[in-house]
Design a protein around this ligand. Structure first.
Ligand code: GDP
Length: 470
């Protein structure tokens, strides 16, 4: 009997989740294809009664059946034909946004699309904001927030890896991982709340040890997910890699060897790389933004000094630094000066010019360096691998999930609350109400990731990354 009551309690708690309902919103319109002449240009409309609004301009016989392709004429108020094209009508709730929708494929001439847009606006349909279609899809429960974010990631993916990560997130991989953590917290909450609610009765409870065990397993899950944030950012925006070293050690040559083409000017007069060069290549599907910096050294040449100053600035923005040494000569004071600038940063020591023979003192000083020859190409592949390893992109236990800084922010908050509740549980006579509030708070942060809990600011920042018409 008591167990039954407890189970009903759990079910009630789970059903507290806001069930999304399709809301009837005003119709919106946008051109969904890029500006310029193209084979077709798509206009998208969504909202309550959208067909009624526009049907005087879109000629078909009778009423459109949902999900059928119709050859239609687009006409203006004076019945003059503007264009002909294909229209598909979707009826709520079976559409991308969950609302009534129309997709009109016209000839891809900006003049035609603009004219169509003007007609629809005249019929009382509002121009859509960036990402508004996807925002409505989210608000109508067609997808959760991580999936909505993945739509923007998918459209903006610059590499295969970024595309794969985005499609997995769109298909719900991240949601199910976060939801599995949520489930554990919900279960815990059910026990604690039932304990408070039915304190006089004999219902199942958890011991302190069991509670801590569950909290620890959620913590582990959160930490595993957090370990992917750096990878996620790298996949989305690329890795900023600076190449530093005193003049003439072979930085420009290494830059070219990594790029596989002659991008930087290579000379044997020290100090010729006056400014930094920036170029992007893809290594195993990850964009690498190489920054070739001016040789850092004491100099009276003001132009060179400016270049050096900027190099130091660039190093501050680098995710990884390649510190290059000429291995054929003994390590000099200038090498140490550069090394002191970067030693606190994530870096790889690169011994270049091994084709000239390695000076034994260099080998002793930097035993953990990667040996290469920018001239012959020896060691370049190895260096690429070490680079990816160093930034955590070659990782055996890679979860194939790549969270964003927004997700990481919420996870950090959840982690800190869980940490503190674990401490409180161990205290004598702590009230279960306090534990309950903390568990709820941690749960809220997890729910912000998938968007069960949202704020306007949060939604604005997520959807402002979108293009118009998506
Ligand atoms: P930076 O001033 O550090 O950018 O150095 P550079 O790339 O301009 O190279 C300086 C000189 O060293 C040039 O003459 C290059 O041809 C030469 N050099 C660079 N890398 C190698 C290497 O691996 N082996 C040999 N033998 N010479 C190299």
């Amino acid at each position: 009997m008591h167990l039954e009551k407890f189970l009903i309690w759990i079910i009630l708690l789970r059903n507290q989740e806001k069930k999304s309902m399709i809301k009837l919103r005003e119709p919106i319109v946008a051109i969904a294809t890029p500006y310029g002449a193209s084979a077709i240009g798509v206009i998208r409309l969504s909202g309550q009664g959208v067909w009624e609004r526009v049907k005087r301009y879109v000629k078909i016989r009778g009423e459109p059946k949902p999900r059928y392709a119709y050859l239609v004429k687009l006409i203006d108020e004076s019945e003059s034909t503007i264009d002909q094209g294909i229209m598909v009508y979707y009826m709520s709730p079976n559409s991308y946004t969950g609302e009534d929708m129309i997709e009109l494929s016209l000839h891809g001439n900006p003049l035609i699309l603009k004219k169509a847009l003007e007609l629809f606006v005249r019929s009382g349909v509002r121009l859509a904001h960036p990402g508004e279609f996807t925002k409505r899809a989210f608000l109508n429960g067609k997808m959760d927030l991580t999936q909505a974010e993945a739509v923007a990631d998918l459209i903006n993916a610059k590499t295969e890896l970024a595309r794969k990560a985005a499609i997995r997130q769109l298909q719900g991989d991240l949601s199910s991982y976060v939801n599995s953590l949520r489930e554990k917290m919900l279960e815990l909450l059910a026990y604690v709340e039932a304990d408070i609610e039915f304190s006089e009765e004999d219902i199942p409870t958890l011991t302190k040890d069991q509670t801590i065990l569950i909290l620890t397993s959620v913590e582990d899950g959160i930490r595993a997910l957090l370990s992917t944030v750096r990878r996620g950012e790298f996949i989305r925006r690329g890795i900023n890699l600076a190449i530093v070293g005193k003049p003439n050690v072979g930085k420009s040559s290494l830059f070219n060897a990594l790029l596989g083409q002659d991008r930087a000017i290579v000379t044997d007069i020290p100090g010729t790389t006056r400014d930094f060069l920036q170029e992007q290549v893809h290594l195993y599907g990850i964009p690498i933004n190489f920054i070739d910096t001016a040789g850092i050294r004491s100099t009276y040449d003001s132009l060179e000094r400016l270049g050096i100053q900027r190099s130091v600035e660039r190093i501050k923005n680098a995710d990884l630094v390649l510190f290059v040494i000429d291995s054929s000569n003994p390590v000099e004071r200038e090498d140490w000066e550069v090394y002191n600038l970067i030693k606190e940063r994530d870096h790889i020591k690169v011994l270049n010019k091994v084709d000239l023979g390695i000076n034994p003192s260099v080998m002793d000083t930097f035993p953990d360096a990667v040996w290469i020859s920018a001239k012959t190409g020896e060691g370049i592949e190895k260096l690429k691998e070490v680079m990816l390893e160093k930034v955590g992109l070659i990782n055996e236990d890679c979860m194939n999930l790549y969270i964003s800084t927004r997700h990481a922010d919420m996870l950090e908050k959840a982690l800190s609350v869980i940490g503190s509740v674990k401490g409180k549980i161990l205290m004598e006579d702590i009230s279960p109400e306090i534990i309950m509030l903390d568990i709820r708070e941690a749960l809220n942060h997890l729910e912000e990731i998938v968007g069960i809990i949202t704020t306007e600011d949060m939604l604005d920042s997520v959807f402002s990354r979108f293009c118009i018409g998506k």
